[in-house]
Design a protein around this ligand. Structure first.
Ligand SMILES: [Mg+2]
Length: 168
């Protein structure tokens, strides 16, 4: 059997980061939905002050800890866990390498998927973990491309903000 590690992203894959930001900044009250997000850096499209958003995301551990699952997040996680067990890892980039974000993400995992508590990897360059038998499941096109270029298997989760989403 080929040894294989599967890395599963959090934001935009199993956690609804965009929906959380929209909710907090009142965009959902104005009738906006995450389906309207068409690019990776979307804050300006909704007249959000990126500095204010960034400041909030850097200081609110509770925000990260209380994000909702994406609609398919639970099923995706369950299937992958059944298939890969201990070879499944959570791989996530903390916002601005911030302690509140890191702590909140760990809180989220502890609350929602406690069996993964010891399997969370923080990284700013996911491609460093790319080897021929590693798989990355992620919604950021650039990250997936880089992981593939480094020799790993990259799977792009289709979202409205990437080309996978434009194909479906
Ligand atoms: Mg992501």
């Amino acid at each position: 059997m080929i040894p294989r590690t599967v890395y599963l992203d959090m934001d935009g894959v199993i956690t609804d980061f965009s929906g959380g930001v929209m909710k907090y900044f009142g965009l959902t009250r104005l009738g906006h939905t995450p389906d309207e997000i068409k690019q990776w850096n979307w804050f300006a499209d909704f007249d959000l002050d990126e500095k204010a958003v960034s400041e909030f995301l850097s200081t609110s551990r509770e925000f990260w800890a209380s994000l909702d699952w994406t609609p398919e997040g639970r099923v995706l996680f369950s299937v992958l866990y059944q298939m890969y067990g201990a070879d499944l890892k959570i791989l996530t980039t903390p916002w601005r390498n911030n302690e509140a974000c890191k702590g909140g993400k760990l809180d989220w995992v502890n609350k929602n998927i406690p069996r993964m508590a010891d399997s969370v990897v923080f990284s700013f360059d996911k491609s460093k973990l790319a080897v021929p038998w590693s798989i990355l499941i992620d919604d950021c096109e650039e990250t997936v491309d880089k992981f593939r270029a480094a020799g790993g298997i990259g799977i792009l989760v289709p979202r409205t903000w990437n080309t996978g989403g434009k194909r479906v």
